[in-house]
Design a binder for this molecule. Structure first.
Ligand code: ATP
Ligand code: MG
Length: 552
């Protein structure tokens, strides 16, 4: 089935119909390296990279690194590795900081053309003159400072003559514009901090708005796609372009799409950083984090994330997507790809009193959804584990799993019947004695093997199992829209019990699992070997349950 075009594609198609040269289409993904990428960024990444593919256009990865106070090399590295993991390749790796000289030259031109001035007021003073959306602002007393004076002062700002906050460079636009962003925005400020890339070279740094649009122009980006909150910035984006655009070059076009908002989670780097810095989570890649690295460690595949953002769609209006859609996408993907195996999370011992062999090799199918997945050997013996809650001494009416005098099938093995319960002095069940029906072996074709019983249970053979740790995760926030809260209020909405650890037993093949490898633990869900699995024991993170058990 052909996918319907999104509204951005319609805009591009229309530009092409109006004569825009297809060879000049160019896109970019422009992260600020001040944190790890999150699920919201996946939407912007997929949108831009898929457009580049579709129109055979070039795409730049451009770091908008204009604020040395928050940016770090480790974030640049993490961003690159996350995009690669999503299986996207950029044509050029670029940095806005590489344009600092050009941007500075252009800023000098602005002053020369009476389009910018140095304001010697502090930020509070400037803010107090901004006006309100319904009332015009006040002109700064420095607005009509002679051009020569502004030029000289900007030069001094540039060489470190002034302290941080003493002077700023402002564009001279319109203090009574209905768009508050047009009221003489600051375009340069002094920051006394080395930059991760330009080091000590600069003391004045360009503001985001000035940098972003001009960088798009320098790179000749045809369609500059950003999220809706930038819509009011478009007028400023265009004003800045007007100051520099050469008529025989491409004039970038800013267009806005709705952010991806996901229920029960936050997608703001600043707030995610708060969780990391306050040790509320175990780093940016904690499996509970909505970061790409957290989702990866949780067992999400690149395809499931792409599928998710494509299903959520590219919209013009903000909405909130349910977490259950993300879970649906990963379940679908893993169902096709993952081998099945058996793991008992909370074990109870089963002893088969009439099993006389030492052990036996059974053959179980790896994945009924895949014709190429093959099968594996699973050892069976008289000492088994099943899940504690698959047995009830005194079954309730609707309990059809193992109980005294009742039969169940052990997956891929035999039908067993429970006869006797062994308890410790405190009355806890330590073992259940059962008998098995030797003729009931699965797949043997015997009439006994076709006998219907009410339940099939997963199991492992004690001497052939490996101990594993299983980690289950719940939502980090109890509130459905934590994005509405600031970090100061997180205490009220954080789920204090979002991680649970269990010591279980799994089939021996798990010993050979690699970090990042996913499995279906039968009847339980999808699990992934943790990044640190196998260093000191096997650790598996639960990705998602087999079925959607969230109440809508
Ligand atoms: P944050 O608020 O988390 O810091 P940001 O928008 O400041 O996010 P950037 O690094 O500037 O982060 O984002 C890079 C690109 O990703 C931008 O084009 C931005 O619009 C886009 N983006 C960020 N968050 C989302 C989101 N939730 N949904 C879709 N696109 C997003
Ligand atoms: Mg941003």
């Amino acid at each position: 089935m052909k996918k319907a075009k999104n509204f951005i594609e319609h805009i591009i198609d229309e530009d092409l119909r109006n004569g825009f040269d297809k060879n000049k289409l160019r896109f970019r993904f422009p992260p600020e390296p001040n944190g790890y990428l999150h699920i919201g960024h996946v939407k912007a990444i997929v949108l831009n990279f898929e457009l580049a593919k579709k129109y055979s256009a070039k795409i730049n990865l451009r770091f908008d690194d204009t604020n040395p106070e928050r940016e770090e090399q480790k974030y640049i590295d993490a961003i690159k590795s996350d995009i690669k993991w999503l299986n996207y390749k950029w044509d050029n790796e670029l940095y806005a900081s590489d344009y600092f000289q050009t941007l500075h030259d252009w800023a000098v031109n602005l002053i020369e053309n009476d389009k910018a001035y140095v304001d010697s007021q502090n930020s509070e003073k400037i803010a107090s003159q901004k006006g309100t959306p319904t009332e015009p602002g006040l002109n700064s007393p420095f607005r009509d400072r002679p051009i020569e004076e502004s030029l000289a002062m900007f030069k001094k700002m540039t060489i470190g003559h002034y302290k941080q906050g003493e002077n700023v460079l402002r564009a001279k636009i319109d203090m009574s514009s209905p768009n508050m962003l047009m009221r003489d925005p600051v375009i340069y400020r002094v920051i006394n901090k080395p930059h991760p890339r330009t080091k000590d070279k600069w003391i004045v740094y360009p503001m985001y708005d000035w940098t972003h649009g001009e960088s798009d122009y320098i790179e000749q980006i045809s369609h500059s796609l950003c999220t809706l909150e930038f819509k009011p910035h478009r007028e400023l984006y265009d004003w800045f372009l007007d100051q520099v655009v050469d008529s025989n070059k491409i004039r970038p076009k800013q267009r806005e799409f709705a952010r991806l908002n996901l229920s029960h989670t936050i997608t703001s780097k600043r707030k995610l950083l708060f969780l990391v810095e306050n040790n509320i989570v175990d780093g940016w890649d904690d499996p509970r984090m909505p970061t790409i690295s957290g989702l990866r460690r949780r067992g999400y595949s690149p395809n499931s994330l792409k599928k998710f953002v494509e299903t959520a769609g590219v919209a013009k209006r903000e909405n909130i997507i349910e977490m259950s859609l993300l879970e649906f996408c990963v379940r679908e993907d893993l169902n096709k790809k993952c081998n099945r195996l058996m793991v008992v999370q909370d074990p109870i011992k089963i002893f088969l009193t009439n099993y006389e062999k030492l052990e036996e090799k059974l053959i179980l199918e790896n994945n009924p959804e895949s014709s190429t997945a093959g099968s594996r050997d699973v050892m069976f013996s008289k000492n088994l584990y099943i899940e504690r809650d698959d047995f009830m001494e005194n079954p309730t009416k609707k309990f059809f799993r193992l109980s005294l005098e009742n039969e169940v099938r052990l997956k891929g093995a035999y039908i067993i019947k429970a006869n006797k319960v062994i308890k410790d002095p405190q009355g806890n069940i330590t073992e259940v004695h059962c008998t098995y029906d030797p003729k009931s072996k699965s797949g043997s074709g015997s009439p006994e093997s076709q006998r219907k019983v009410k339940a099939t249970l997963h199991w492992v053979s004690q001497p052939h199992s490996v101990p594993i740790e299983i980690r289950e995760y719940e939502r980090l926030f109890n509130h459905p829209s934590p994005a509405d809260f600031d970090t100061a209020e997180f205490d009220k909405i954080l789920n204090k019990d979002s991680i649970k650890k269990f010591n279980g037993f799994g089939e021996k093949v798990l010993e050979k699992s690699n970090a990042g490898e996913s499995f279906q633990f039968q009847r339980k869900g999808y699990y992934v070997a943790d990044t640190n699995s196998n260093k000191n024991g096997l650790v598996f993170n639960k990705t998602v349950s087999l079925r959607d058990n969230y109440k809508k």
